[in-house]
Design a protein around this ligand. Structure first.
Ligand code: CLF
Ligand code: SF4
Length: 508
């Protein structure tokens, strides 16, 4: 089987965060408070340039889809209950329908024909892909033949990873995520009740020790094959939050590319152990604090949407319902390679314009105070511009802006305020809570009523930046804000309002 043409021919270097220089398309890829990581070697930059999960910038332009061909799992996590037919769910392990490899191929080609942004096909469940190797690799072989330009991606708990790295490499899979919640078995005992190993169940600290050894071995083997590895960790307050910086250090030393710290999603109705026992996820502040501590050792991912194992579309979207099996054409759709190629060319033109606009905006900020910063929310539905109406937004992207640049902080999922012409006050209250740490919200349009409520809450509604590139728009607003602070017309301190656990999980 051919290798991914973009895969580097030699093993990946370990990226040491020290001695860093800014990356070409992002001023802050090191994340909150952490050192700026080194500029990516060219081979690595090429591998993440159109992967929406491995590059925050790319997630404005490129889509992923998951095919749910892997139902079984070989471990039990206390935050997981794999069940079906709950289309409002967005927890890992939850899907609406399982697919066979042939059905997965039909679905991918149907999506590719309709979604020119599609760049990556991942297998992420609903169980563990490597506990279902026949279905996982059978699907990947079909996809590799039918649509060789699509990147293949895999997400695994890592228990079986060392056994499969050679096959993963042989299929040209360029990106593998390993979920690593601990490297200390005593921490692991509180997350994993058992793992299945060679026909028996291993329990207690032995289970976590075995799992951790296999995960770390797998990560190191991936580096040896030149495969980019992202490590996902679920932040579980009081269980592993204090331990995760150590996890970051270990996995980065073994060659992981980035560390994705995700909030635990837990509620009694999910039927999970944590849900039943009242274990809560982190608040927004708690999550950001863990991300900041890990940013000392790792390139931290902050734009994860914790997608379902059957998600389709840009990361902020899920278009899976449009492509349910019953709605697909009976035969394979005609592949749309030319459409995807045209989209990629358009993205490169948009990127060049955005970079120029950003640099010009930064140039105008050179006189602003070095310690001043502010958070800004942006309504966008993709394409890297401010292009969403306030009332239609189902999420806002939050940036921390200063004279150094605009750094992505997190997304805030909300209910859309505008329902058929009328806005609902309780929904608007939720949006205001979700944006409570922001000084401005950049939108394409906003109605009279929410405009007043936003302003009264200390959040400036801004429509001047409609259809402008996001970073340049945020920096331009910040230039005006800095001038107002200098004249004593605005306060430099952040907006009042506290974060909530729901906001940390992306729910307003
Ligand atoms: Fe899927 Fe994961 Fe590949 Fe992305 S998701 S297998 S790396 S293509 Fe992405 Fe979804 Fe977060 Fe995963 S937003 S849950 S990080
Ligand atoms: Fe669920 Fe994934 Fe954990 Fe398996 S590895 S129990 S599918 S969350």
């Amino acid at each position: 089987m051919d290798r991914d043409p973009e895969a580097p021919a030699c093993p990946l270097p370990v990226l040491a965060p020290a001695a860093a220089r800014p990356a070409a398309n992002c001023h802050f890829q090191g994340g909150c408070g952490g050192p700026v990581p080194p500029e990516l070697p060219e081979a690595l930059a090429a591998k993440v340039r159109d992967h929406p999960c491995y590059s925050e910038e790319a997630h404005h332009h490129f889509a992923r889809m998951h095919v749910a061909v892997a139902p079984a799992c070989n471990i039990q996590c206390n935050y997981c209950n794999r069940k079906y037919d709950c289309t409002n769910e967005s927890r890992p392990g939850v899907v609406s329908e399982r697919l066979t490899p042939d059905e997965a191929l039909r679905k991918v080609l149907a999506v590719a024909a309709e979604v020119p942004e599609l760049a990556v096909v991942g297998i992420a469940g609903p169980g563990d892909p490597l506990a279902n190797p026949a279905a996982t690799f059978g699907t990947m072989e079909k996809l590799r033949r039918a649509a060789p330009d699509l990147k293949l991606c895999l997400s695994t708990n890592g228990l079986a990873l060392p056994d499969h790295v050679a096959r993963i490499a042989g299929l040209g899979v360029g990106h593998v995520t390993v979920t690593v919640n601990m490297t200390d078995p005593e921490v692991g005992e509180r997350i994993y009740p058992w793992v299945a190993w060679r026909g028996r169940r291993v329990r207690g600290a032995d289970a976590s020790r075995l799992l951790s050894e296999r995960q770390l071995e797998g990560i190191e083997l991936l580096r040896g094959e030149g495969i980019l590895c992202k490590v996902n960790s679920v932040v579980i307050p009081g269980v592993n939050d204090a331990h995760l910086p150590e996890v970051s250090r270990r996995v980065m030393a073994l060659g992981a590319f980035t560390h994705n710290l995700m909030p635990l999603i837990s509620a009694p109705e999910h039927g999970t152990f944590y849900g039943r026992t009242g274990q809560e996820g982190p608040t927004r502040d708690e999550l950001e604090a863990v991300q900041a501590r890990c940013a000392g050792a790792a390139r931290v991912m902050r734009h994860c949407r914790q997608c379902r194992a059957d998600a389709v579309g840009l990361l902020g979207q899920d278009r899976n319902a449009e492509f349910a099996l019953a709605r697909l054409p009976p035969g394979p759709a005609q592949d749309a390679f030319d459409v995807r190629r045209a989209h990629r060319s358009g993205v490169e033109r948009a990127r060049a314009l955005a970079a120029r606009a950003r640099d010009e905006a930064l140039g105008r900020l050179s006189g602003s105070p070095p310690g001043l910063s502010a958070r800004v929310a942006v309504a966008t539905r993709g394409g890297g511009t401010v292009n969403e109406h306030f009332g239609h937004a189902r999420e806002f992207q939050v940036y921390e802006v200063s004279r150094e640049g605009a750094r992505f902080v997190s997304h805030r999922r909300v209910e859309n305020y505008c329902r058929g012409g009328d806005g609902e006050e309780d929904v608007l209250d939720g949006v205001l809570r979700a944006l409570s740490d922001c000084r401005a919200v950049l939108v394409a349009r906003v109605g009279h009523c929410p405009r007043g409520r936003l302003a009264a809450s200390g959040i400036e509604p801004v429509t001047d930046a409609a259809h402008q590139p996001v970073e340049a728009a945020a920096l331009t607003w910040f230039a005006g804000f800095a001038a107002r602070v200098a004249r004593g017309e605005a306060s430099a301190s952040p907006a009042p309002g506290g974060p909530t656990r729901e906001a940390a999980a992306g729910v307003a």
